[in-house]
Design a protein around this ligand. Structure first.
Ligand code: ADP
Ligand code: MG
Length: 256
């Protein structure tokens, strides 16, 4: 029989910090409430699991570079009547589409909430235990081009493929380069049918020939993206502009 004095050390060695912190307190609760031994053990194990989950969410959130505060809780569906909240909630609550390596493309003019929605779905994916990476497409393309010049592109693409959801914000801002192949195309081809992407875009697919070196590659890229994809088109008024003018109005009222 091991003595109870060795328990803290054993819990430490087993890397169970929440149980270490709570076993005495829960022991009192167990005695008071006549919990069975198994029940006591179950309570402690669940505390450990919950703490691990919270830590993982924090770690993934930090790693994801998601813009702070852009969650579904702060998204006002009334201000965006062209968006179907049921569709968004389904994507948020049932992340099978991410597990199945499907994509989501969000189209719309500037300021209508594309980035906000993409980020909000990213946060929900993290809550479902998935790693996420958010990046402006231009910034990621620059990183990939640098990696390519150092012959590290396959390594970076493989590392990215461990992240089930990649959010490429503002794909349309990418300017086609004079290079024969585009790193963006290589990224899309690499993720095709393996891992998911959310892509936000200001312009329709028909104008994506400004992004890729030639029309054939544009078609090939679009084909791969849409083969398994949900498409959302937002055609509401710019939330950004509406709110800027509201702020301006109240400022003018306050000063006159
Ligand atoms: P886009 O990416 O389409 O240009 P953003 O997602 O950046 O637009 O939205 C512009 C600003 O307006 C952001 O601060 C965003 O949080 C806010 N916003 C846009 N739509 C909504 C909405 N329906 N509810 C709450 N905030 C919104
Ligand atoms: Mg945006």
């Amino acid at each position: 029989m091991h003595s109870i004095e060795s328990l803290p050390l054993v819990l430490k060695q087993l890397n169970l910090p929440s149980i270490q912190l709570l076993w005495e307190e829960k022991q009192h609760a167990a005695l008071q409430n006549n919990w069975a031994y198994g029940q006591y053990l179950n309570v402690l194990c669940n505390e450990e699991l919950a703490a691990r989950f919270q830590k993982r969410v924090q770690r993934y959130t930090k790693e994801s570079k998601l813009p702070p505060g852009k969650t579904l809780a702060t998204f006002d569906f009334k201000a965006a009547p062209s968006i179907n909240p049921l569709q968004i909630n389904a994507l948020a609550d049932h992340p099978d589409w991410i597990k199945n390596a499907e994509n989501l493309v969000i189209f719309g003019p500037s300021g209508v909430g594309k980035t906000h929605l993409a980020a909000a779905l990213g946060y929900r994916a993290i809550e479902h235990g998935m790693r996420v990476m958010f990046s402006s497409t231009t910034e990621l393309v620059q990183k990939l081009e640098l990696a390519k010049s150092q012959f590290k592109l396959p390594y970076i693409l493989n590392r990215l493929s461990r992240i089930p959801l990649l959010i490429l914000d503002d794909i349309g801002y990418v300017q086609k380069s004079s290079q024969e192949t585009s790193v963006l195309f290589e990224l899309i081809a690499h993720r095709y049918e393996n891992t998911s992407m959310i892509i936000t875009a200001n312009q329709p697919f028909s104008e994506w020939n400004t992004i890729f070196p030639d029309d054939m590659m544009t078609v090939a890229a679009v084909d791969r993206i849409v083969h398994h994809a949900n498409i959302i088109k937002i055609d509401d008024k710019s939330y950004r502009r509406a709110h800027a003018s509201k702020k301006q109005q109240s400022l003018t009222q306050a000063t006159t």
